[in-house]
Design a protein around this ligand. Structure first.
Ligand code: FCB
Length: 431
């Protein structure tokens, strides 16, 4: 491995996917609690009600991370747990949980890395219009301040949003994620207000003293299948609406003109107000990249290239990660990059003891870590890597069938059993 000195290693999770305890200690519903009740929204009607029961098993989950030698833990805070209903004062009992988590992490020598929003909007804010409404961005900044007031001095790295593209487009335009709405215009309004909420929160946290501040985006490669105009244009549009819409506004303070023109041609206008782009482009200390796959565009279709796929049906394209990181460093200079998620679901086959010899997942991790090393060799500025995920967990609309953990969770008994990939990752970290 040819990674820079001081390269950091972590694991990632998110609140709704692991915590359970959805009605405890004052927590109210998020849009995911509501969405899970919609018939056939989630495979098998599964929900995050219990998930990995992490809310009650947190100390032993931290011990598990310590045993794996993990240096950083990226987790998210559940908004309706710490500010039920999304307005008003903090819920002390909700914040107590994250305070205890940070205690445990510090005692285990693991650095906490906090994400403020990993998709669990308080239902009351959705009832008031959700992310397509500007007020939600203001509410998010207030919530960010409440969390910072309690944990600010104890958390080195703060990231605002996880994957705003997914929140906006899967949630409001394509109906595949909570809240399950299907208006393209709402999707883009949500995208703008998520970015605005990010910027407002970043300003608040910066003023309050945050030293390391960022955001996490889901990014992948977009290549045209051929040099034909239709393929090239499809790749441009896909990359424009997923990557450049976010990075141009965050880093350069302007939305890309071609994307704005494409939207205008569909009768969609981003609800920008005076000064919004300055807020959105509040300087950051890092940007997180969640990378799973890359795509080849053949007109409006995604071309199956014949590469192996994961259980999600996503092609395994490690060289796409090299290209992406090199390109990000070149086109958006000045910000260090972190891979804040990378991993794979496979059809795990536990043996009689529950051990999973997941050579497919080991190979996935190894090839992507190599791809990062290659990107660094080519000049990319990448500082660390988080495996997704510590535990098998609630994979959103896919329910529990898709397992991304390096640790197996037996959902009947809540037993945790490290897979071969956990042992592999422990060795990588030690080396
Ligand atoms: C990402 C999400 C994460 C997980 C992985 C597989 O898009 O951030 O919660 O579901 O995909």
């Amino acid at each position: 491995m040819n990674l820079p000195d001081h390269f950091r290693w972590g694991v990632a999770t998110s609140a709704y996917q692991i915590e359970g305890a959805v009605a405890e200690d004052g927590r109210t519903d998020s849009i995911w609690d509501t969405f899970c009740r919609v018939p056939s929204a989630v495979v098998n009607g599964e929900t995050g009600e219990v998930a990995c029961d992490h809310y009650h098993r947190m100390p032993s989950d931290v011990a598990l991370m310590r045993d794996l030698g993990v240096g950083l833990y990226r987790f998210s805070v559940s908004w309706p747990r710490v500010q039920p209903g999304g307005r008003g004062p903090a819920n002390r009992r909700g914040l107590d949980f994250y305070d205890r988590l940070v205690d445990e992490l510090q005692a285990a020598g693991i650095e906490p890395w906090l994400t403020l929003y990993h998709w669990d909007l308080p239902q009351e804010l959705e009832d008031a219009g959700g992310w397509p409404v500007r007020d939600t961005a203001l509410r998010f900044a207030d919530y960010a301040s409440l969390v910072y007031d309690r944990l600010g001095d104890r958390i080195p790295t703060w990231t605002t949003l996880n994957e705003p593209w997914c929140s906006a487009m899967l949630g409001y335009a394509y109906g595949r994620h909570a809240p399950g709405r299907t208006s393209l215009a709402d999707g883009y309004a949500a995208a703008h207000h998520l970015l605005l909420g990010h910027g407002l929160a970043a300003q608040r946290l910066r003023t309050a003293g945050a030293k390391s501040l960022g955001i996490t985006l889901n990014l992948g490669g977009h290549e045209p299948a051929t040099a034909a105009a239709a393929d090239v244009d499809a790749a441009r549009r896909a990359e424009g609406s997923t990557l450049r819409l976010y990075l141009d506004s965050l880093v350069r303070g302007a939305y890309p003109e071609d994307v704005v023109a494409d939207l205008a041609a569909q009768g969609i206008r981003l609800p920008i107000q005076e000064g919004d782009l300055e807020v959105i482009s509040t300087p950051l200390d890092l940007i997180g990249v969640n990378y799973y796959s890359s795509r080849v565009h053949s007109g409006e279709e995604i071309l199956a290239t014949g590469r192996p796929v994961t259980a999600m049906g996503w092609e395994i394209v490690p060289e796409g990660l090299t290209r992406l990181l090199v390109r990000l460093t070149r086109d958006y200079p000045g910000v260090p990059w972190w891979v804040t998620e990378n991993g794979a679901a496979f059809d795990d086959k536990p043996d009689a003891e529950g051990f999973v010899d997941d050579q497919d997942r080991v190979a996935y991790f190894a090839s992507h870590i190599d791809a990062i090393a290659e990107a660094c060799r080519q000049g990319a500025d990448v500082r660390g890597y988080f495996a997704w995920s510590l535990l098998d967990n609630f994979e959103w609309a896919e329910g529990y069938a898709k397992r991304f953990g390096i640790v197996r969770v037996d959902y009947e008994t809540q037993q945790r059993i490290p897979k071969q990939s956990a042992l592999y990752y422990r060795d990588v970290i030690t080396r």
